[in-house]
Design a protein around this ligand. Structure first.
Ligand code: B1M
Length: 233
């Protein structure tokens, strides 16, 4: 078959076919194709959150399985991450334009030794979309970065992300330092990342473990509502 006959016209695929094609394109790190497909789904009336979860996050989950199994390697996963970020950049303003009233301020960062940032970026996008002001400290953050940000007095919530079993214990270093400095009770601490669970969140003294970005938003809202009720009581 000639190359021309082989070519897939993304806009001619059904929603289901296009979603599956996006999983393949993410796997192959095809940023331009991912961006085109995101735009096609949006034009067809898909909600930005559905594009994010059903096409992009699901595609990345598949990448994660083959990375774990030694079928994909770091360079390929980096390309997939780059393609994912291309799609997320299109969705970001759409998720943020809800016109929601300001609900609170959060500072978030990936912990020391860890450079995974897609999940954290997604949490940031969703929190902003829900009406939170978010300062993103980026990746590989030592405890000093978090403390310095919290000491500005600008934040209600601290969010920490870790994707490695070797870096997740560092969250406890941050929380213990907050306790030592007598500032732990001034903030809500939310933690997240694929290897964490609720038990771990409790064990390190976080207020809550958030399974995904949507849960992070709901949990943050609950804590802010409690805080406001305490203030007005
Ligand atoms: Co890495 N990596 N990686 N990696 N990587 C994982 C995490 C791994 C599970 C892959 C695997 O083996 N299956 C594995 C960890 C194993 C373990 O510790 N148990 C792993 C490994 C081993 C590594 C290296 C050590 C590989 C190597 O070098 N040999 C290395 C470590 C680098 C380092 O950090 N020091 C490494 C490197 C990389 C890349 C650079 C290639 C790339 C990162 C690119 C980037 O982020 N810019 C990468 C990627 C992409 C992955 C996988 C495939 C995908 C992660 C991702 O983006 N998921 C990942 C496999 C997996 O997780 N299944 C893997 C999509 C994202 C939307 O989900 O991040 O879980 P997630 O975020 C979710 C929730 O967890 C939650 O909400 C998000 C949205 O719903 N959440 C929060 C996350 N943070 C939160 C914070 C909150 C709240 C909720 O605060 C309030």
């Amino acid at each position: 078959m000639s190359e021309e006959e082989d070519e897939i016209i993304l806009s001619e695929l059904s929603d289901e076919e296009l979603t599956l094609q996006m999983h393949d394109d993410l796997y192959d790190g095809l940023k331009e194709e991912i961006e085109e497909s995101v735009n096609i789904l949006l034009e067809r009336g898909w909600m930005p959150y559905d594009v994010l979860t059903k096409a992009l996050v699901e595609g990345m989950r598949i990448v994660g399985i083959d990375f774990r199994d030694g079928i994909l390697f770091v360079p390929e996963v980096l390309l997939a991450a780059n393609a994912m970020k291309g799609g997320m950049a299109i969705l970001k303003p759409l998720l943020a334009e809800t016109g929601a009233p300001r609900l609170g301020n959060m500072v978030i960062g990936t912990v020391k030794g860890d450079i995974h940032d897609i999940g954290k970026n997604l949490v940031t996008m969703m929190m902003e979309g829900a009406g939170f002001e978010v300062k993103d400290l980026g990746i590989n953050n030592p405890v000093e970065n978090y403390i310095e940000a919290l000491e500005t007095g600008e934040f209600d919530i601290l969010g920490m992300s870790a994707l490695l079993t070797t870096t997740m214990p560092y969250m406890k270093v941050v929380i213990d330092t907050m306790v030592e400095k007598g500032m732990r009770d001034d903030f809500t601490v939310l933690v997240g990342g694929a290897p964490l669970n609720e038990e771990f969140g409790k064990a390190i003294g976080a207020d809550a473990y958030c399974r995904d970005a949507a849960v992070a938003v709901e949990t943050a809202k609950e804590f802010m509502a409690k805080k406001h009720n305490q203030v007005s009581a």
